[in-house]
Design a protein around this ligand. Structure first.
Ligand code: AHM
Ligand code: MG
Length: 351
């Protein structure tokens, strides 16, 4: 199949090529890192990259060998670009400032390998990235920008094929890696998240720790055609957020990693700056919605570099319904939500 390679796409499709040159250049550096990770990933155990690294990251999680290797690959490529002022990685406690950078430019927030528990079982994993522009070198505090200030966001997903998905504000585009030419070729133009869906993704083993609005939402999905949603839902969960949200960008659905009280002081499982923000930017630009249940993700001003956040993202009608459940619950209907007899059908009829 003859399809447009990424470099030609960027030339043809950047409304104002000069204005977008900076972000495009950084995207191409990210692509170099992604290709290097993809090639290693494809070799799997033959490249000696499976298993644990016997180290922990800043969040106290055991790192996989490939978490460490992928992080090094991203840092190596990104620091050679003078337009990059600083990097914030899931795997590094503090931001890394680029000593050779220009005075103004971009900061890249990234998770070099998301869903890394899937590596050893040959399941899909991905890399996530977010770019913010700065008119001067930022202070540590200035690095904490809300997601609405992103100028480009994207991810790569390493599955049966390797794909790159990104948006710089004008549509969400998907490219597939041709391993012969090592070019990313346009395969999914202007991806859209349909507003309706019959598919949800959540780790149900945490069900006993969820807040009542989420318990209620999942219960009403599971009641199927006989319940007040009057349709059947299917559940899909890969253990890798990139793969689960990629599914949503291709065929709709909703992904939830909500607030729970498993570890009471933890605000959520996923990280705001390099997981929730870039995915929310993409899904919103594809016509979907993203919220904590109580607030739009892209409006949140981060408090620290590795802040966690509840994430409810995907098809608009479903995200809106969950936000509605949170609103009702917070408005004082908590007792109803806690009742085993509660069904949102009766809730509707009392309005
Ligand atoms: P990671 O960045 O350390 O890989 O963690 C993020 C991953 C997500 O991809 C996935 O949705 C989630 O963790 C699964 O967590 P759990 O297995 O605890 O439910
Ligand atoms: Mg991650």
């Amino acid at each position: 199949m003859d399809s447009l390679v990424l470099t030609s796409f960027l030339k043809n499709n950047s409304g104002n090529y000069d204005a977008q040159r900076g972000t495009n250049d950084i995207l191409l550096v990210l692509v170099d890192a992604i290709k290097e990770v993809a090639i290693l990933m494809r070799a799997g155990e033959l490249a000696g990259i499976l298993g644990n690294a016997d180290t922990e990251n800043v969040q106290g999680e055991v790192q996989k060998k490939l978490d460490v290797v992928a992080n090094k690959i991203f840092i190596k490529h990104l620091l050679r670009e003078k337009k990059i002022l600083a990097l914030i990685s899931e795997e590094n406690e503090d931001p890394i400032f680029n000593s050779k950078s220009d005075d103004s430019g971009y900061v890249v927030y990234f998770d070099p390998l998301d869903g890394s528990s899937n590596i050893d079982v040959n399941g899909a994993v991905g890399s996530i990235f977010s770019i913010v522009k700065f008119s001067k070198k930022p202070t540590l505090k200035e690095l904490l920008k809300p997601g609405k200030e992103q100028v480009l966001a994207g991810y790569s997903v390493y599955g049966p094929s390797t794909m790159l998905i990104f948006s710089s504000g004008d549509g969400v585009h998907g490219f597939t890696l041709d391993y012969e030419s090592l070019n990313f070729c346009l395969s999914h133009e202007r991806m859209l998240v349909p507003p309706e869906t019959g598919e949800y993704a959540i780790n149900t083993s945490n069900g006993r720790f969820w807040e009542p609005p989420i318990v209620q939402y999942v219960a009403e999905c599971n009641r199927g055609v006989g319940g007040d949603r009057k349709k059947n839902f299917n559940m899909r969960w890969t253990g890798s957020m990139v793969a689960d949200i990629h599914r949503i960008l291709v065929r709709g659905g909703i992904f939830m990693y909500p607030k729970d009280n498993k570890v009471p002081l933890k605000e959520g499982r996923l990280r705001l700056l390099y997981e929730a923000n870039p995915m929310s930017y993409l899904v919103e630009h594809a016509g979907g919605m993203s919220s904590t249940g109580r607030m739009r993700i892209l409006d949140i001003v981060p408090r620290n570099f590795h802040q966690r956040i509840p994430l409810i993202i995907g098809s608009k009608i479903e995200v809106e319904r969950i936000v509605w459940h949170h609103k009702n619950y917070d408005a004082g209907d908590g007792l109803k939500y806690n009742s085993p007899l509660f069904d949102s059908a009766s809730f509707f009829s009392e309005d």
